[in-house]
Ligand binder design. Structure first.
Ligand SMILES: NC(=O)C1=CN([C@@H]2O[C@H](COP(=O)(O)OP(=O)(O)OC[C@H]3O[C@@H](n4cnc5c(N)ncnc54)[C@H](OP(=O)(O)O)[C@@H]3O)[C@@H](O)[C@H]2O)[C@@H](O)CC1
Ligand SMILES: Nc1ncnc2c1ncn2[C@@H]1O[C@H](COP(=O)(O)OP(=O)(O)O)[C@@H](O)[C@H]1O
Ligand SMILES: [K+]
Length: 461
């Protein structure tokens, strides 16, 4: 897991005060990291256009130009001149070197966007917007310095932003890079150390970026076992039975020893999945909500009142009967629209999906502060898993998953782990990593995935 921060100002301050580093040293390391990336990936003499803004983001760009000068064909473009003290200092240094400034944007092998970084504090004016649009149209490799220009510190893209192939971010990972709106712009993310190893200046945080190593698959280590050793999941199927069946199949493929679909009508199920009309006596986990539609309220109340590990999905986020359950340890897996309904139901906020997507981290925090026992998994391009004060970010997901039924697979995977005695948070983290990494491993065209393909990939992880 890597650390993510809302802001890195306090980390910079620590470098200055505790380790006697200076702004100049920090900036030199920031620029050197980008220079190293270019040297490792591009041939000498390639042309590098560096677009520098008026503040310290631009100053990073100017320092980069100095470092690459003579080895590469450096073209510095400063549309707003140099305003911050560091920008003026770096500009003076490049001028002393004899590097002349360019007056316009021109085709180059590499473009570095050092226009605005963490200091973007207002809407882009027409000139900046034109620059960003022009850069986006260039058919070159694009590197963003710190954060693609146009993305603000919350990760919102209110007009347009630079489309980076790689973002080299300064000091530490920031929340802004992981908001869904930023995902199309940031490209591959790398972190530049600020003069000492990151682990020395990084402080405690409550936001974490999940890595592949955080996935703890339900691999079987004991030889002396039987099907009952791996739990019995009950999936409640409502009017759209397919959703429950998809979840049940995913759960079975992910290791649950027994899986039953609870349904009043007789339904066609694969031979290895059982059907019951009521909860099984030896049930070790419940999955409810997916495709539920209208269901007998009293019956749902009875199911939710059971002290059995439970995952709630889909239709139930619109129903008041779940409110009581939120006081207990339960997993919730809403997509943005369902989460907006839930926020309203819980009297936390009455917002649109657009408003939610602008501030995903904030609303997850608000919900988890009110319901600290709940594990909340907010779906999206980057999934956020919140529990009490902590948020875990999974950025492995891709648009391959944008299909009806993908969420039902995820519910099934989580439910499977709950049935196999994982705690709620571990189940949500491992199942979500498995879900996204399976989709990543899928080799056919990215428009073609169906739920059973996803389950097949999960089996191969
Ligand atoms: N902290 C550190 O130790 C380190 C920091 N580092 C680097 O510093 C960067 C932060 O620098 P920063 O604070 O100077 O802000 P920055 O992003 O350059 O923007 C401010 C300038 O842009 C202007 N401006 C803003 N919005 C605008 C708009 N919409 N349209 C037009 N103009 C707009 C704004 O104008 P003003 O508000 O003054 O009118 C001001 O002139 C950070 O991202 C990283 O790259 C690294 O070197 C490592 C060490
Ligand atoms: N563009 C995307 N990038 C990453 N993950 C995605 C993307 N689109 C969808 N997903 C994931 O696919 C799943 C979709 O779930 P959901 O919308 O509930 O589908 P359904 O209810 O039809 O099964 C979620 O886990 C979501 O995070
Ligand atoms: K930038």
């Amino acid at each position: 897991m890597q650390h993510i921060y809302y802001e890195v100002g306090s980390l910079d301050k620590k470098c200055y005060e505790k380790f006697a580093l200076t702004e100049d040293i920090l900036m030199e390391h920031a620029a050197s990291s980008i220079a190293r990336f270019i040297e490792e990936n591009f041939e000498k003499k390639s042309s590098v256009l560096i677009v520098c803004g008026p503040g310290n983001n631009g100053a990073d760009g100017l320092a980069l130009g100095r470092l690459l000068y003579k080895e590469y064909e450096v073209k510095l473009y400063l549309p707003f001149g140099a305003k911050s003290q560091m920008a003026k200092l770096q500009k003076n240094r490049v001028e002393l070197l004899g590097l002349t400034l360019h007056e316009e944007i021109s085709e180059s092998d590499i473009v570095v966007d050092a226009l605005f970084g963490s200091g973007l504090n207002k809407d882009l004016d027409e000139t900046s917007l034109n620059i960003i649009n022009t850069l986006n149209q260039l058919n070159t490799y694009k590197i963003a310095c710190d954060i693609p220009s146009g993305i603000n510190i919350k990760g919102q893209v209110n007009q347009e932003a630079f489309y980076a192939d790689t973002t080299i971010t300064m000091g530490a990972l920031k929340v802004a890079l992981f908001n869904d709106e930023a995902k199309d712009y940031v490209g591959k993310i790398e972190v530049a150390n600020l003069g000492i190893q990151r682990s020395i200046y990084e402080e405690k945080t409550n936001i974490f970026l999940l890595e592949k190593e955080d996935m703890n698959l339900p691999l079987r280590n004991k030889k002396n076992s039987h099907k009952g050793s791996f739990g019995h999941l009950n999936v409640i199927a409502g009017c759209k039975k397919g959703a429950g069946i998809i979840a049940a199949k995913a759960a079975f493929g992910f290791g649950a020893g027994l899986v039953s679909v609870v349904c009043h009508e007789d339904i066609d199920l694969p031979y290895h999945i059982m059907q019951t009309h009521f909860l099984s006596d030896n049930c070790t986990a419940i999955a409810i909500g997916m495709g539920l539609g209208k269901y007998e309220t009293e019956e749902i109340k009875t199911i939710l009142a059971k002290e059995i590990p439970t995952i709630i999905d889909a239709d139930l986020f619109y129903e008041e009967i779940i409110l009581e359950k939120l006081k207990s340890d339960v997993v919730l897996t809403p997509h943005p629209k369902e989460f907006c309904a839930l926020l309203k139901l819980c009297e936390i906020a009455d917002i649109s999906v657009i408003q939610l997507q602008k501030d995903r981290f904030e609303y997850v925090s608000k919900f988890c502060n009110k319901y600290p026992k709940v594990t909340l998994l907010l779906k999206g391009a980057n999934v956020l898993i919140g529990k009490d004060k902590e948020i875990y970010v999974n950025s492995f997901g891709t648009s391959t998953l944008s299909k009806g039924g993908s969420g039902d697979v995820l519910s099934g995977l989580i439910a499977s782990l709950l049935a196999q005695s994982y705690n709620s948070l571990d189940a949500a983290i491992t199942a979500n990593l498995a879900h996204t990494l399976a989709a990543k491993n899928y080799k056919k065209n990215n428009y073609s995935l169906i739920p059973s393909d996803l389950v097949e990939e999960v089996k191969k992880l």
